[in-house]
Write a protein that binds this ligand. Structure first.
Ligand SMILES: [Zn+2]
Length: 391
């Protein structure tokens, strides 16, 4: 359990960051409850006919039960109960997987969110203690979900005789679908821009998705987040010390400037390998197979690389990614090393997993080629990313 001191520290940091952005948290309203009810109805409607009536009843009961639980949760006014619940469920899976693999699983760090301006996750120390805080960028999980949804929209799939679905990531097939459905590439671009220009990926125009695509997207999103969290557990498990440095751009409570932990390249690479084994095992316990588990990690870097380039184009008019080599080796290098680590086990499943990652990289490159000129135009028209995004 995280200490009271850690919670108070995070709360004060939230307060100062929100104030710095000129924002105050909006309390939950009855309108939010009504929106949730409508979404549950919509979700059940989309599943009708795909699952048995009993399964549908079970799903309905489960969703309502969860809503009740969420409303009863006491969380800081700066946190979203649903996001926090998701993080803790993931931590349960990662910790269980770690114990099953025989790792000395540490006490759970304080998990939270903050508009950090880092496109993923950062680790901080509670001042004057050795206690870790693992902070996800506030909209990280929303972005993980919507980007998985956006790529699921781009991929052709066919029904298998067993009643499942096989997604096609081969470049030629994807290109054909993109030519027939140019709106799917446009949606991807709208998502990236909404995230970088407003900080809120859900500000991009929303759309309904076929349940088969959506199930796959949710699995991919789950894998991305498990890897992001598994990576942070990797640092703690490996006993990495990192280097404390002022957390740029976060302001922070006046009595103690927040410090973040900056890891060496070697530490990042070790945490990636550790995070991969944790997240794949955690994913398997949630019913995901190894390829989708690996794809989550691979896609995490692929999307990070898109965001880094998009920030650069919107800010400078060109993609000159000056990745700060002292904290994070460029995402492309880490992705390459991750594939290399996995390729040491020569099994057909591993080969399939790596192939999936490589194909996804090509698919996302197609989307990037569509988006890049739009970003250049936006830059020329004076559009800039939010100040807080670090490039
Ligand atoms: Zn790291």
């Amino acid at each position: 359990m995280a200490s009271q001191q850690a919670r108070q520290f995070l709360d004060r940091m939230h307060e100062s960051v929100w104030q710095g952005m000129g924002l105050v948290p909006r309390p939950r309203s009855t309108e939010d409850d009504a929106v949730t009810e409508r979404l549950i109805d919509e979700l059940l409607r989309m599943r009708t006919g795909l699952v048995s009536p009993e399964q549908l009843d079970e799903l309905r009961a489960g969703l309502h039960e969860n809503e009740k639980h969420l409303r009863a949760m006491t969380v800081s006014k700066y946190e979203n109960a649903r996001t926090l619940q998701g993080l803790h469920k993931m931590a349960d899976s990662v910790e269980r997987a770690g114990r099953a693999l025989g790792f000395p699983v540490p006490q759970r760090p304080l998990l939270g969110t903050l508009p950090t301006g880092r496109v993923n996750v950062m680790t901080m120390l509670v001042p004057g203690t050795g206690e870790h805080l693992v902070l996800f960028e506030s909209e990280f999980s929303g972005f993980a979900y919507l980007s998985a949804k956006a790529v699921a929209e781009v991929l052709p799939f066919r029904r298998t005789p067993e009643g499942g679905a096989a997604f096609e990531l081969e470049a030629g097939k994807v290109r054909e679908r993109l030519a027939r459905h140019p709106e799917s590439a446009r949606r991807f671009g709208e998502l990236v821009r909404a995230y970088l220009e407003t900080g809120v990926p859900y500000n991009a125009p929303q759309y309904l998705q076929d349940p088969v695509r959506n199930t796959w997207a949710q699995m991919l999103c789950d894998s991305v987040q498990l890897f992001a969290l598994g990576h942070e557990y990797g640092h703690i498990l490996k006993g990495h010390l990192g280097q404390q440095r002022p957390a740029a751009g976060l302001g922070g409570p006046r009595e103690a400037d927040p410090e973040e932990l900056a890891w060496s390249n070697q530490e990042e690479i070790e945490a990636d390998a550790q995070g991969l084994s944790l997240s794949v095992a955690a994913g398997q316990s949630r019913g995901h197979d190894l390829p989708i588990g690996f794809l989550g990690a691979d896609f995490y870097f692929t999307m990070t690389h898109v965001l880094e380039r998009a920030i650069s184009v919107l800010r400078h008019g060109h993609e000159n990614v000056s990745a700060d080599a002292t904290t994070h080796p460029p995402s492309v290098l880490r992705r390459m090393i991750l594939r290399h680590v996995l390729s040491r086990q020569r099994t057909p499943q591993v080969d399939a997993a790596i192939g999936l990652g490589e194909n996804m990289e090509q698919v996302v490159e197609m989307l990037w080629r569509d988006l890049r000129p739009r970003l250049v135009d936006a830059y020329r028209a004076g559009v800039r990313p939010l100040q807080r995004w670090q490039d």
